[in-house]
Ligand binder design. Sequence first.
Ligand code: IMP
Length: 195
Amino acid sequence: MRKKLVFATNNAHKLSEVSAILGDKIELLSLKDINCYDDIPETADTLEGNALLKARYIYEKYGVDCFADDTGLEVEALNGAPGVYSARYAGGDGHDSEANMKKLIANLEGINNRKAQFRTVVAMILDGKEYLFEGIVTGRIIEDKRGTTGFGYDPIFIPEGYEQTFAELGDEVKNQISHRSRAVHKLCKFLNSIQ
Ligand code: IMP
């Protein structure tokens, strides 16, 4: 029987990205699949803290092996901001990508150091034991949006070694080099090593 693992998300984009990496040895379930419609708290002030909060919530309430992720865009000239607050950078309930990018571009105006990195932390709980995996992609922030694919800050982030933004490179390239895919590949390697 295939191993079941709950990914604490309902984001279809993330689910397909991650399920492509995990392959068919693992049956990946979403929150909907376990009938969880709760607003899971993300109140920690680090990516590690939030990923663990989400994974522990699911493990404690549903008793299933699971993992959760949290991602931030860390900009060097802004001392790591927006970081853990990336979704809510421009205020409000968050997830207003246009407003978030606008604020970031404004805050970097006149600053030559454009270095930034996406960092993902994945927290997994397997048989009650906790594991953390990190994935980073370094790059730079540009002044004007370019491209139409992806989400979040993709139109203003150019990964190192490329000349196009994540939103221009498209899902296939992005999924090979992204922060999230790097973290999930580590999780996958770990699962293979213990099977
Ligand atoms: P989450 O923890 O994956 O929900 O990510 C928090 C925020 O970081 C999102 O709301 C996006 O603004 C941003 N973000 C996360 N992953 C990506 C990505 O792959 N590309 C662009 N922005 C991202």
